[in-house]
Design a binder for this molecule. Structure first.
Ligand code: HEC
Length: 131
């Protein structure tokens, strides 16, 4: 390979890498088959709240809808989004930064006492599905 071709290849690799980094996840979430584990009492309570308020955007199976992302997703594993991120999402909403669904509005109808059950539900569902 001559030097020019080598350079062109390196430039293409850098350009490709940049394109890969700058491309964000597509809007339509991938359909996965979700396992619903034997939920704890706390998670069951959280499930009721989730289905009433959050499922409209995050999906009844936490796999997302046209209005919001899946929460059963590697991006939302506890190491990436600690429990506080869930509390903050509920209280303050979320400025769109990760997807193309727009902002998440704050959820003022969620009672303080329902936050811990919601977190437990999301975490138990994630864990059962390898997140
Ligand atoms: C009106 C639609 C909508 C509703 C209702 C909604 N969300 Fe969201 N949520 C979103 C969108 C959109 C995002 C993604 C924003 C982004 O990062 O681009 C999001 C992101 C999140 C995140 C990630 C936060 C972060 O730090 O990135 C969590 C956690 C979350 N939502 C939890 C909830 C919970 C719990 C409820 C119910 C109390 C709920 N959401 C209700 C639309 C919604």
């Amino acid at each position: 390979m001559n030097r020019l071709a080598g350079l062109a290849l390196v430039a293409a690799a850098i350009g490709g890498g940049y394109f890969w980094l700058s491309s964000r996840p597509a809007k339509a979430p991938v359909t996965i088959s979700v396992v619903r584990p034997e939920l704890s009492a706390q998670a069951l309570r959280g499930e009721t709240v989730f289905q009433g308020t959050c499922a409209a955007c995050h999906g009844a199976e936490l796999t997302g809808t046209d209005n919001g992302p899946p929460l059963i997703h590697i991006a939302y594993r506890p190491a990436m989004h600690a429990d506080y991120a869930i509390v903050s999402a509920i209280k303050n909403g979320v400025v769109a930064h990760h997807w193309r669904f727009g902002n998440m509005p704050p959820q003022p109808d969620i009672a303080e006492a329902d936050i811990a059950p919601l977190i437990t539900y999301i975490r138990e569902m994630q864990k059962a599905n390898g997140i």
